[in-house]
Design a protein around this ligand. Structure first.
Ligand SMILES: Nc1ncnc2c1ncn2[C@@H]1O[C@H](COP(=O)(O)OP(=O)(O)OP(=O)(O)O)[C@@H](O)[C@H]1O
Ligand SMILES: [Mg+2]
Length: 1001
């Protein structure tokens, strides 16, 4: 514990009581309410326009009207609250007083000291506050945010192998750095006890036994596996220490002991959510790395999941001596650095995994990859991302001699097709560590879901609530009654159909919670709010600042990644007991709950799919914590029949997406097959295509045209677009074709990109980033924005003369923007795509200048979540454009510029924080904290003592500190190893060095 942590709140200047925060909010809301239209009060942003992986909202349903009612009601509530003082949350004189069991429990109590203090502060601040700062959405806190500590205040890091504080700016040569690391490495065993040395010896002995066992298995003798499923017993200890797993579930043992698994056959296994699928995959990965000494690739669907996995596995890598390399966003090298004596686990997103496999094939290194694991294999059926998984796997299947493929999923309807595609065995089990009970609610009755019953819904109980008429109006679905049955003792997730609805439901629930909710985990909630404020540079979303004190928060893609991380961590450790969220939470993060409520069977305007439903209800029940989990789907009578199908129908089938969007996937697969020299004639192409899921499902999917015809059509398209050349029977790619697949550029945009870059080079404006930013603004995001002409014009007028000239040159002159801003008709219309792209470039430009998401979100009236996703898409696209230009000599001047731009877009922070943010999962606020505490470089972090780190930094749990240090160690050793490889390469005598000609005597 740090002194700060031990001290009570009154002694800690950074921590003020929840009540005072609430008081400030009240005032801010009061001002805000006077200065803003009602609609803006509780919808923190306009992100509904910009759903990223959420569907776009066309919610004209009842929910929308309900949201409006909730908003205006809440606004009135704010007025009332302000009038009667916040402490009187619900007085019995109120018109819509709660009269049910919840209210009974609330009662009228004496004010607890914190609330009394809060009340006093409200009074005090009211007197003090005259006018004050204008608050807007997002809310800018009037109080000054926690200042960064000065150098003198910041503590130098202690412990560890001599990272040392002081921040010496002395530059060390590569050789020095390597020497130091090696010295450290050499020093550590010396410091370790004899028993540690013995342990090492046992480990290597066990590995060699296990390797021998594996060899025997592959020779099909009786398997004699190592002590822990073919792995050293040290792995078992680590599983316990790092993951808290004492023993394997029965199914996990069975699955690992399957003869087919031992013979390294491809495998698909499917189990319900939370069944523990990951552990099996991880054991197989460790076997591949440690025993077979081959690299492994772990494919996960989202960047957040990749980072979580890298953090989680880094400690295993440090202990067991393998590398964990992150391939997400703009991270990852192509081809990966070749390691001589250590194996690598590449943890990658779908897109990065594809590029990685391409680069390995191109460099004839695909056989280094011993294992490919695909999590959430059902995503094969998920649009264009599914097509990318299919391309990756098809290439591995065709080119690799002995790479094993393992796919896992909870939701697979047509496993046979997938088995045929992957030539895989199948293992299924319906094990769930915590029993899941599914319910639906219709009016005030709860029914248990029982697909075996004829009616499917079996009466279970009547919901116990007594609502006043006005409360009934506000909460017709009785969400409050259902959540208060479980919180605060247990956790609860409420899935909502829209982002806006998440915020409204969260605020609605808090409105009716007892005030003693405020007293639970008070310190932790304060810390959470201060962290949110820190990552918002003094701003906290008004909805969150109102709900967090009650232990409630919303969670959706309108929040920044950092905010989401903080909320997830707070929920996991019990500071928050309820999250209102969109369906993305079910797929993107592992956050189980005792009770899961589905506010409606819709995602935006679409009825839920079976797989979505299963994934959401599957979050119910936390292994090791809850004895059971339950889900309640709230239904309206009109949806009853459809919902029956939803809860009882078999899983949806998963179909190939190569033919999606006029065969975009197929075309790009063919292009890369030719480019990578996997094939160069039509006949061979047909052979490779037999390795696709599309071929397995040919009868179903390729009715017209047939697969053969689709292949011909694709070749025609590629030829017409100058991406390939046909010379007789021989196929080859053009330079543009090569750049396109190397840069993973969408075929639809490759020639547009080429033209834009060429035109850009003709008059590249380099005295600011604007022109370059325009060139790397992703085409795919253009349609997600509708410029606000007044804002556009304001921003335009602030550009320099050179920037305005450049804008005019690409087709957005000032006169056009001015006319649109004035609402006048424009005689000569501009290209709307160019105009929107320029608008997005202005957003990015603003972001790079201010390095503050919140200010820019305010400025452009866009949600910070959208701006962050614009930023991450742009950094990813920038690195794609960079790879594109690397193949085209005429774009040489752009290469250096784009390398630097990718780096800036990837981090978008002040440069001193970048080395710290390279560590998986260290985001800006954490990096700042670390920096201020004296951990200024990767080397500082890698050598830090986790105990000291967690004591020094506020709200950094020991487990997180361990993960940060392990990830930093991993990254450092990865970088050092890469340099070492380079040194070795430089010093190795070329095998083909011409020798002196023999002189005949
Ligand atoms: N043998 C075990 N003993 C105790 N806990 C376990 C065991 N195996 C896995 N777990 C824990 O169970 C939880 C769920 O596991 P996991 O994430 O692998 O589920 P999953 O099957 O992949 O579910 P989903 O389909 O939702 O991704 C994790 O917290 C994991 O650590
Ligand atoms: Mg999983």
């Amino acid at each position: 514990m740090t002194p700060e942590r031990e001290r009570g709140p009154e002694k800690c200047p950074q921590i003020c009581r929840l009540s005072s925060i609430m008081a400030e909010q009240q005032q801010q809301q009061q001002q805000q309410q006077q200065q803003q239209p009602a609609a803006e009060l509780f919808c923190s942003d306009s992100e509904d326009l910009f759903g990223d992986y959420d569907s776009l909202l066309q919610d004209s349903s009842l929910l929308d009207r309900l949201d409006d009612a909730e908003q205006s009601e809440r606004q009135r509530d704010v007025q009332r609250d302000v009038q009667r003082d916040f402490t009187n949350l619900r007085t019995k004189t109120d018109e819509d007083v709660l009269t049910d069991s919840i209210l009974d429990a609330m009662g009228e109590e004496d004010l607890p000291p914190s609330m009394q203090q809060f009340k006093d502060q409200v009074q005090e601040t009211r007197v003090r506050l005259q006018g004050g700062d204008q608050t807007s959405t997002p809310l800018r806190n009037t109080k000054t945010s926690t200042p960064l500590r000065t150098k003198e205040e910041s503590r130098p890091p202690r412990g560890g192998g001599g990272g040392g504080g002081g921040g010496s700016s002395r530059r060390r040569s590569v050789a020095d750095a390597l020497k130091k690391t090696m010295l450290c490495n050499a020093a550590s065993p010396a410091m370790a006890s004899r028993s540690a040395a013995l342990k090492e010896a046992v480990l290597s002995e066990e590995i060699s036994v296990a390797m021998q066992a594996l060899e025997e298995v592959s020779e099909e003798k009786t398997p004699d596996l190592g002590p822990f499923f073919g792995l050293p017993s040290r792995v078992k200890e680590l599983m316990l220490r790092l993951k808290g797993i004492q023993s394997l579930y029965e199914w996990q043992e069975t699955c690992l002991n399957l003869p087919s698994v031992q013979r390294r056959k491809n495998l698909i296994y499917s189990l319900p959510t939370s069944g523990g699928k990951t552990l099996v995959a991880e054991i197989l990965i460790l076997r591949e790395l440690l025993c077979r000494k081959k690299d492994a690739l772990f494919i996960l669907p989202y960047v957040s999941l990749v980072q979580e996995k890298v953090r989680g596995l880094a400690s295993f890598g440090v202990e067991l001596d393998f590398l964990v390399e992150e391939y997400a966003g703009s991270k990852g090298r192509f081809p990966p650095v070749k390691r001589k004596d250590r194996r690598s686990l590449y943890v990658a997103t779908i897109e990065k995994a594809h590029s990685l496999v391409n680069s390995l094939i191109e460099n004839q290194r695909i056989d280094d990859l011993g294992l490919v694991v695909v999590d959430e294999l059902h995503m094969l059926g998920d649009g264009s991302r599914g097509a990318i998984i299919e391309m990756t796997l098809a290439k591995v299947l065709y080119t690799a001699k002995s790479t094993q493929i393992i796919g896992m999923s909870a939701t697979l309807g047509n496993i046979k097709d997938l088995q045929t595609f992957l030539r895989a065995e199948n293992y299924s089990n319906d094990f769930r560590p915590v029993q899941l009970k599914e319910y639906v609610k219709l009016q005030d009755t709860i029914y248990e879901v029982d697909p075996k019953e004829e009616d499917c819904f079996k009466f279970s109980r009547l919901l116990n609530f007594k609502y006043s008429s006005s409360m009934q109006k506000l909460d017709p679905d009785h969400i409050i009654a259902m959540v208060t049955e479980v919180i605060p003792k247990h956790s609860c997730l409420v899935f909502c159909p829209t982002k806006k609805n998440c915020e409204n439901v969260g605020a609605l629930i808090c409105r009716y919670l007892r005030k003693d909710f405020l007293l639970l985990h008070e310190q932790q909630k304060l810390l959470l709010l201060s962290q949110l404020e820190e990552c918002g540079r003094g701003s906290v979303c008004p909805v969150l600042s109102r709900t967090v004190p009650y232990g409630v928060a919303y969670h959706h893609s309108g929040l920044t990644g950092e905010e989401r991380r903080l909320l997830e961590e707070a929920y996991t450790c019990g500071t928050l007991c309820l999250l209102t969220c969109t369906s993305t939470l079910a797929a993107g993060v592992n956050l189980p709950a005792r009770r899961v409520i589905l506010r409606s069977p819709y995602v935006a305007a679409d009825f839920l799919k079976r797989s979505q439903y299963k994934q959401m209800v599957g979050r119910a029940g936390r292994a090791g914590i809850d004895s059971e989990g339950e889900s309640i789907l709230i239904l309206q009578e009109k949806d009853r029949l459809t919902a029956k199908t939803l809860v009882s129908a078999p899983m949806e089938k998963c179909f190939s997406n190569l033919l999606l969007d006029e065969g975009k996937g197929l075309r790009s697969l063919i292009l890369s097959l030719i480019g990578l020299n996997i094939t160069w004639c039509v006949q061979q192409l047909q052979d490779v295509l037999r390795c696709t899921l599309l071929s397995v499902q040919e009868e179903h999917l390729c009715v017209q045209p047939s697969l053969k015809e689709a292949l011909q059509l694709s070749l025609n398209f590629l030829q017409e677009n100058q991406l390939i050349i046909r010379e007789g029977e021989t196929l080859s790619v053009t330079r543009l074709g090569k750049a396109t697949y190397k840069g993973s550029v969408d075929l639809l945009y490759s020639s547009i990109l080429y033209k834009d870059l060429s035109k850009g080079l003709e008059g590249l404006m380099l005295n600011s980033f604007l022109h370059l930013l325009y060139l790397v603004t992703p085409y795919t995001m253009i349609h997600q924005v509708k410029p606000d002409w007044m804002l556009y014009y304001t921003q335009f007028t602030q550009l320099s003369a050179a920037e305005q000239k450049m804008s005019a040159a690409i087709g957005v002159p000032e006169s056009f923007v001015a006319r649109r801003a004035a609402g006048q008709t424009v005689r000569k219309s501009a290209n709307t795509e160019v105009v929107s792209r320029m608008y997005l470039a202005l957003v990015l430009f603003s972001l790079l200048k201010d390095l503050n998401l919140w200010i820019v979100s305010d400025r452009f009236q866009m949600s910070r979540g959208f701006i962050q996703s614009l930023l991450s898409s742009s950094s990813a696209f920038c690195s794609c454009v960079l790879h594109f230009t690397e193949e085209l000599e005429e774009f040489w001047p752009l290469r250096a510029l784009l390398t630097e731009l990718t780096r800036r877009l990837s981090y978008c922070v002040t440069s001193e924080l970048i080395p710290l943010m390279e560590v998986a999962g260290v985001m800006e606020a954490r990096a700042k904290q670390l920096y201020n505490a004296g951990y200024k470089t990767l080397t500082h972090l890698a050598n830090a003592d986790p105990a000291v780190l967690s004591n020094t930094l506020e709200n950094l749990h020991r487990k997180q500190a361990n993960q940060i240090v392990a990830s930093a160690k991993m990254l450092l050793s990865e970088k050092a190893a890469a340099l070492q490889e380079e040194v070795d390469d430089l010093l190795t005598l070329p095998k083909d060095l011409p020798s002196a000609p023999l002189i005949s005597l």
